[in-house]
Design a protein around this ligand. Structure first.
Ligand SMILES: *Cc1c(COP(=O)(O)O)cnc(C)c1O
Length: 235
């Protein structure tokens, strides 16, 4: 990976998106690339921006807040970018998340959603959120169980300062395309069911560096890609 530049990697992922979407009779524009920048330095984020990235994902709040401020502040501030929080959310972090991000992919509790809705600043549009679903059924992992998603949607959809956009998941890694698709399928089925019920449901956030092609085939509208663009993380 290190012999390729971030620009080359970014372009390769974009080409993969176009090829896989076309193969599945989807428009390449229907899949958005979220560049996952956790642990990566400002200059790498800027390189991805120069290559065309406009959506950036971070997992650790303190790290993210420093970067967001720095990148808005430099001589050539990054304009028209959207910051997505994709890490676990503790309730003492909701105020800062509500004030700094455009999207939050990892809501899995009503209590967190209520706090975010109360704390979203009036000067900002409603916070876009996805519910994180646990597909691997491990009680230790975050995410709401598939059979509880419907009830959580009903409770969260009316919250005034949140815009419930869809579902997100991080399944356990599997290394072949068909197996990856099979893991995503129950979620994409549920997503289509909920789309019939909620007008604003338009986002299925699945797929990472190792499985984004399978995710696109299963209807991903946002893929979250880190190492395939930036190389391995050393944390
Ligand atoms: C780190 C991370 C990613 C990106 O993972 P890669 O395998 O490096 O593409 C995507 N989503 C979440 C929630 C992550 O924490």
């Amino acid at each position: 990976m290190t012999e390729h530049t971030i620009t080359e990697n970014y372009q390769r992922v974009m080409a993969d998106i176009a090829a896989e979407a076309t193969r599945c009779q989807r428009s390449p524009d229907s899949v958005q690339l979220l560049a996952v920048t956790k642990t990566h330095a400002i200059d790498k984020i800027r390189q991805a921006y120069e290559a065309g990235a406009r959506d950036f994902g971070e997992n650790y709040l303190q790290e993210a807040l420093v970067k967001i401020e720095q990148l808005a502040d430099e001589d050539h501030p990054m304009k028209d970018v959207r910051w997505h929080f994709i890490g676990p959310v503790q309730s003492n972090k909701t105020r800062d998340i509500a004030a700094a991000f455009d999207w939050l992919h990892s809501v899995d509790r009503l209590k967190i959603a209520r706090r975010l809705s109360e704390q979203r600043p009036d000067s900002m549009p409603a916070l876009n959120i996805c519910l994180q679903v646990n597909l691997s059924d491990e009680t230790s992992k975050s995410g709401v169980a598939l059979h509880e998603v419907g009830a959580l949607c009903e409770a969260i959809a009316p919250l005034p300062r949140l815009h419930l956009r869809g579902l997100m998941a991080i399944p356990a890694p599997t290394d072949n395309y068909e197996a990856q698709r099979a893991v995503f399928r129950p979620l994409s089925d549920l997503f289509r069911e909920l789309q019939a019920r909620y007008d604003q449901f338009d986002t299925l956030s699945i797929g990472m560096s190792a499985d984004y092609k399978a995710a696109i085939a299963e209807g991903a509208t946002i893929i979250r890609v880190g190492s395939a663009i930036f190389g391995a993380r050393n944390r």
